[in-house]
Design a protein around this ligand. Structure first.
Ligand code: PLP
Length: 389
């Protein structure tokens, strides 16, 4: 099939064939004990994920990546009058949670080569918000887009200096690391998504919060269960129904033994793409951080212009190769967020040049641990052929 068959963006069924028996055993155990909410699998999973991220990290399973972000902001008491800084080039959920809580998202530009938050632009916009004095700068949500860690040393330094909460939206990057430290241990809190196509995905919705702060972890546990206190019918604060299902935890436990091996496969495939595309005029996603380990859920490249992207897409499509545009529109151009963007900084705010431009030039290529070398080669030769015209 490597010469002509279709190539999909993701393959979540290949993995299932390897772990089918363990999945069935894990699911049957839940059917037998019947604790579909807050069953023992949830705690077991939390312990394993915390240990994976390193010493002193706590993990709280929640209902989705979006709810993880929301709970993290709720725990800081973020709401009306607060500014939450986040990249303009990311998935919609990153900005949505700030607005749901009544806070104002302040869109920050990203870097051309890493596609992640530009620390210099972040610093500039925090200063602008402070100068206008209407909103309190409270939090930064850094996103590790497509599995590449954001510049956490720079983001954290700014957050410390400004007294702001650093939230890592690692929904696309679980398994990635920076300077030998896994994501989950970098931010004041880290949000994960277990949406099926993420690097660690369940069979439905799921997510988790990671933090080194025991008090925050306790607060997250309370918030995910309607703000409960020591007993179920003591309500201490406004929370939500944000629990992780026992069945989803069981699915994730069956998948965890493969996770490291799958991350290694993702890294190998990423390196193959990088090597094949280097010097071709097709831009690969890179970071200044010398010791960054990717956990790619998508392999995303950038073209010199939109026309080149369209030629590449047409060539791939003609060969039955899937490709996707993540994301075709920067968030400040979304109808739902345009008003928030206009009011966040009233004066002359610098335009979000790179975010606008990348949205018209990026293309995501097939990436999953079961992609063969010959398939990567086929994708690259079609791309390079299209680039040559
Ligand atoms: C997937 C994703 C989310 C949301 O996760 P869900 O589990 O789908 O709610 C948030 N942020 C980013 C960057 C994502 O890719």
């Amino acid at each position: 099939m490597t010469d002509s068959g279709p190539i999909a963006l993701f393959d979540i069924q290949a993995q299932q064939a390897r772990i089918r028996a363990e999945l069935e055993r894990r699911i049957a155990a839940v059917l037998d004990h019947g604790r579909y909410i807050a069953g023992p699998e949830v705690e077991e999973l939390e312990a394993r994920l915390a240990a994976f991220c390193g010493e002193g990290v706590h993990c709280v399973g929640v209902s989705s990546g979006t709810d993880a972000l929301q709970i993290a902001l709720m725990a800081e008491g973020i709401g009306r009058g607060d500014a939450v800084f986040l990249p303009a080039f990311t998935y919609t959920a990153t900005a949505e949670v700030a607005l749901v809580l009544g806070a104002t998202p302040v869109f920050v530009d990203v870097e051309e080569t890493s596609f992640n938050l530009d620390p210099a632009d972040l610093e500039r916009r925090i200063a602008l918000v402070r100068a206008e004095g209407r909103l309190r700068p409270r939090a930064v949500i850094g996103v590790d887009l497509f599995g590449l860690p954001a510049d956490w040393p720079a983001i954290l330094a700014l957050c410390r200096r400004e007294g702001m909460f650093a939230l890592d939206d690692a929904a696309q990057a679980f398994g990635a690391a920076l300077d030998g430290v896994r994501l989950g241990a970098w931010g004041d809190a880290t949000a994960l998504s277990f949406y099926p196509t993420k690097t660690l995905g369940c069979y439905g919705d799921g997510g988790a919060l990671l933090t080194r702060d025991a008090a925050r972890a306790a607060l997250y546990r309370s918030l995910r269960t309607h703000g409960e206190g020591k007993t179920r019918y003591e309500v201490l604060r406004i929370g939500m129904n944000g629990r992780l299902d026992t069945l989803q935890a069981a699915v994730l436990l069956a998948k965890l033994p493969l996770f490291e091996e799958e991350l290694a496969a993702r890294a190998r495939i990423g390196a193959l793409y990088d090597a094949r595309l280097a010097g071709s005029g097709i831009g690969i996603q890179e970071t200044r951080q010398a010791r960054a380990v990717h956990a790619r859920g998508l392999y995303t490249v950038r073209f010199p212009d939109q026309a080149a992207r369209e030629r590449a897409m047409a060539a791939l499509q003609a060969q039955g190769i899937a490709a996707g545009i993540y994301y075709p529109r920067p968030l400040h151009r979304q109808p739902a967020y345009a008003e928030a963007h206009r009011t966040a900084i009233r004066g002359e705010a610098p335009p979000l040049v790179v975010s606008e431009s990348l949205a018209s030039r990026v293309l995501s290529l097939p990436m999953h641990p079961y992609l063969g070398e010959a398939e990567v080669e086929r994708v690259c030769s079609v791309l390079l052929g299209a680039a040559r015209g």
